[in-house]
Design a protein around this ligand. Structure first.
Ligand code: FES
Ligand code: FE2
Length: 387
C-alpha cells in the first residue's frame, strides 16, 4: 500500500509507560522548553507574584517595580525553604517564611536577620536562582535553560496566525488560573493527552457533538518546526442539539477579530505541551504536565477580549459547556489509550494523514530523548517496535 504523503510514526509504547523515560523528560523535554506559567493579568501590579510548576521545579514569577517580569526558582538560598505559597498577595519584597532572609523582586538578597552572626554572608552571591521569563502575546512562559532561543523566535509566524486573539489586555473568564494544577487531571501519560489534541481523526467516532457543530471535512493542520496550527469551520447546517444550535446562531467574534474568524475554531500547540484554543467568543490557554507516568494535570484558563458583547458572552457560555462535554469525552479516550498502550507486546500501527501532527510530535520527542533512548530501545520494543 502506498501513501500520498509521509505521516510519520507514532511513539513506541515505552514512551508512554516507562518511568525512566518520564524521568529523562523532566530535563530533556520540560527543562529546555518554554513552559506556560501564566498571563499578564495574573501580575497586575509591582510585587504581584505567581508560582507555577516547570520541569519538576516550582518557578516564581514576579512583576518588578518597573513593570517588567522576573523569574526565580521558588526556593530560598539559605536552607532551601519554599519561598512563596500559591496565591500570596503582592508585596515590595520576597521574604522567606523560615528565617526571614529577604530578597528584592529582582531576586537580589537584601539581608538576613542577625546577619552579623553569619560570617560568610556574601550577599551579591546569594541572590535567588534566576529563570528566564518571556511574555508572548500576553501569555507568560518560563524556561530553565539560560541559553534557550527566545520563544518568539522559536515560533516564527505564529503571532501572525493567532496574535489578534491574544494580548496582555485579555480578561480572565471564570475562576480558573494557569497555575492551578488541580483544575483538571486525566489518567494518561501527558503525551497521550497531547497526541489526542493533535488530531481530529477521532472526532467523527468519539465526539458526536463536535461532529454536528464542525465541518470535519475542512479540518486542517499546518505543521511548523515548533508549533502546529489547526483550523476547522463551524457548520452552517443547524445542529439537532438545542445548545449547539443556539451556539451556531449566536457565535460572534470578540473585538479585534476579523470577519473570517466569525465561524472558525482554531487551535495551536507549541511544543511540547502548550495548547491554545481560539474561538470567536473566548480563548483557552492551557498545558499538560506529567503527574507520574500515567496521570497528567491540565491546568489552564479562559479569557475574553475586553469589550466583548453580551451576545458573544452568551455564545461563550454555551461554548464553554460544549467544551467541557468534549473534555470529558477526551478524558475517557486518553484513559483507554493509556490502558491499551500498557499492554505488554503492543506496538503502534500506522498513522493516518489526519494524524500527521501526531507524527510530528513523536519525532520531536524521539529527537529530545534520542541520546538516552538509544540504550533503552532494543530490549524494550518486543515487536520490533517503531523507531
Ligand atoms: S531557609 Fe529561607 S531564611 Fe532560612
Ligand atoms: Fe477529542
Amino acid at each position: 500500500m502506498t501513501t500520498a504523503a509521509a505521516t510519520g510514526a507514532a511513539l513506541a509504547a515505552r514512551f508512554y509507560t516507562d518511568p525512566r523515560i518520564a524521568e529523562w523528560e523532566t530535563d530533556r523535554v520540560f527543562g529546555s522548553s518554554w513552559q506556560l506559567v501564566g498571563h499578564e493579568s495574573d501580575l497586575p501590579r509591582p510585587g504581584a507574584r505567581i508560582v507555577a510548576p516547570v520541569a519538576g521545579r516550582e518557578v516564581l514569577v514576579v512583576r518588578t517595580e518597573d513593570g517588567g517580569l522576573a523569574g526565580h526558582l521558588n526556593v530560598c538560598r539559605h536552607r532551601g525553604s519554599r519561598l512563596v505559597a500559591a496565591a500570596e498577595p503582592a508585596g515590595k519584597a520576597i521574604r522567606c517564611p523560615y528565617h526571614g532572609w529577604t530578597y528584592r523582586l529582582d531576586g537580589s538578597l537584601v539581608g538576613a536577620p542577625e546577619s552579623r552572626t553569619i560570617p560568610c554572608l556574601d550577599k551579591p552571591k546569594l541572590g535567588l536562582f534566576g529563570v528566564r521569563v518571556e511574555s508572548f502575546l500576553g501569555l507568560l512562559f518560563a524556561n530553565l535553560d539560560p541559553h534557550a532561543v527566545p520563544l518568539h523566535q522559536r515560533v516564527p509566524g505564529l503571532a501572525d496566525l493567532i496574535g489578534r486573539y491574544l494580548g496582555a489586555d485579555l480578561e480572565p473568564v471564570g475562576r480558573y488560573r494557569i497555575q492551578d494544577t488541580a483544575t483538571e487531571a486525566q489518567d494518561a501519560n501527558w503525551k497521550v493527552v497531547v497526541d489526542n489534541y493533535l488530531e481530529g481523526y477521532h472526532v467523527p467516532v468519539a465526539h458526536p457533538g463536535l461532529m454536528r457543530l464542525l465541518d470535519y471535512q475542512r479540518y486542517t493542520a499546518t505543521i511548523r518546526e515548533s508549533y502546529v496550527y489547526f483550523e476547522v469551520p463551524i457548520r452552517d447546517k443547524p445542529s439537532s442539539n438545542r445548545r449547539e444550535r443556539l451556539y451556531q446562531r449566536l457565535a460572534s467574534p470578540m473585538p479585534g477579530l476579523r470577519p473570517e474568524d466569525h465561524r472558525m475554531w482554531r487551535y495551536a500547540v507549541i511544543y511540547p505541551n502548550t495548547l491554545i484554543d481560539l474561538y470567536p467568543d473566548h480563548v483557552i490557554a492551557w498545558s499538560v504536565h506529567p503527574l507520574g507516568v500515567s496521570r497528567s494535570a491540565l491546568p489552564g484558563a479562559f479569557y475574553a477580549k475586553p469589550g466583548t458583547s453580551w451576545r458573544t458572552r452568551l455564545a461563550q457560555r454555551l461554548n464553554i459547556k460544549i467544551g467541557w462535554i468534549t473534555n470529558d469525552e477526551d478524558a475517557e479516550l486518553v484513559a483507554r489509550v493509556q490502558r491499551g498502550v500498557s499492554t505488554p507486546g503492543w506496538s503502534p500501527g500506522p498513522l493516518s494523514q489526519r494524524e500527521t501532527a501526531v507524527g510530528w510530535f513523536a519525532d520531536r520527542i524521539r529527537a529530545d530523548l534520542a541520546p538516552m533512548d538509544a540504550a533503552l530501545a532494543p530490549g524494550q520494543a518486543p515487536q520490533g517496535g517503531t523507531r
